[in-house]
Design a protein around this ligand. Structure first.
Ligand code: KG4
Ligand code: ZN
Length: 336
């Protein structure tokens, strides 16, 4: 069985997955409470927390699977992209296990894995497809010929969609990570109250920009030259701002998915990443894709935010003989 480790950002995770992609065990330790006071992930704190958590997380995963290390026939680890210090913790643990157990090491591209979460959940082949990652670090569209052949169609020029949620939440006085809190606040609001920008939506280009949207929310809360005071918790003002912001992001995300489907001619869309956990986004995307006759796979919520199950993509590499030497390094850089 394949043991997958994930430590790219601020979740420490492990999963044990068999050859038929059945998840035998999975464990995720979040660090949200450590970063909340800073309003975002602090890399140094994240890597130290990974060091503390990686072994207990592996133990818990094996326990849940009713397995031991003797059942592990290969170890996979996400080595790109992510925070350098965080990546190194998972990579070091994976290498140590490979040496101790004398099993092969497999590399996982974390962004490709977010798309592959759909394949694991579907239980059937989903390729070729348009792959869409909407996370805290990425907003990227791919055309995916196969699980091993991902080609970037386009991505964000500045903030990722999740980053926009997090930064806007901070302006609205909501805790980190902002996505779930904005979703909750937006549920009671009217998305038509503020007409926030939908950058590039009506342009024929697969690119995103969310920094202007964040600034527009900033000035809707407090006009230029006035002090920024977050709207009161539970107020209609907060709900309307959250709903209008959320709708602007959703409109852009759906519009760009449509453009990517048109450009590739593909009829299957696979969506993953933390923002894909958003209920309003899921509902509206489903309605739109049904109308277009597109087969939609959205990762189940627990596989949207970071986890090791999606690293099952490593089985594809293993089967193709793509194993790594112990020289495998962290590659922090963004996948645009
Ligand atoms: O995929 P993920 O766990 O980590 C990265 O690889 O970046 O995504 C985390 C991001 C955060 O920005 C968080 O605010 C956002 O996903 N997120 C959401 C929701 N749940 C998490 N955004 C909108 N609505 C949600 N319900
Ligand atoms: Zn992620």
């Amino acid at each position: 069985m394949l043991l997958v480790l994930e430590s790219t950002c601020d979740e420490t995770a492990a999963a044990l997955i068999d050859e038929r992609l059945n998840v035998r065990g999975s464990s995720v330790a979040t660090q949200d409470e450590l970063h909340q006071v800073f309003g975002g992930v602090v890399p140094e704190i994240a890597s130290r927390a990974h060091v503390e958590r990686i072994l207990p997380v592996i133990d818990q995963c094996l326990k849940r699977a009713g397995a031991t290390l003797a059942d592990v026939s290969a170890v996979a680890v996400a080595n790109t992209p992510g925070l350098a210090g965080s990546l190194l913790v998972g990579i070091s643990a994976a290498k140590a296990l490979c040496v101790a157990l004398d099993v092969p090491l497999v590399a996982v591209n974390h962004i490709h894995a977010h798309v592959y979460a759909c394949r694991v959940a579907a239980g059937v082949d989903v390729f070729p497809c348009v792959g869409y990652v909407v996370s805290g670090g990425h907003t990227t569209l791919f055309y995916c010929e196969s699980p091993l052949k991902f080609h970037v169609l386009g991505g964000t020029l500045d903030d990722a969609a999740g980053e926009a949620f997090d930064k806007t939440a901070s302006l609205l006085g909501l805790p980190y990570p902002g996505g779930p809190h904005i979703e909750k606040a937006a549920a009671g609001g009217d998305p038509r109250v503020y007409r926030f920008p939908r950058t590039f939506l009506n342009e024929d280009r697969i690119e995103f920009s969310f920094s202007g949207l964040k600034t527009a929310v900033r000035y809707a809360i407090a006009p230029q030259g006035t002090e920024l005071v977050a709207p009161p918790a539970g107020s209609k003002l907060l709900a309307d701002l959250a709903a209008s912001f959320q709708q602007a992001v959703i409109d852009v995300l759906i519009g760009k998915a449509e453009q990517a489907l048109r450009a590739t001619g593909y009829k299957t869309l696979c969506v993953g990443g933390g923002v894909a956990a958003n209920g309003a986004f899921r509902k509206q995307l489903e309605a739109r894709m049904t109308k277009l006759g597109v087969t939609l796979h959205i990762a189940p919520r627990e596989l949207c935010t970071d986890n090791a199950v999606m690293g099952a993509i490593a089985w594809e590499r293993l089967r193709a003989g793509l194993v790594e030497s112990l020289e495998l390094d962290a590659v922090p850089g963004l996948v645009r």
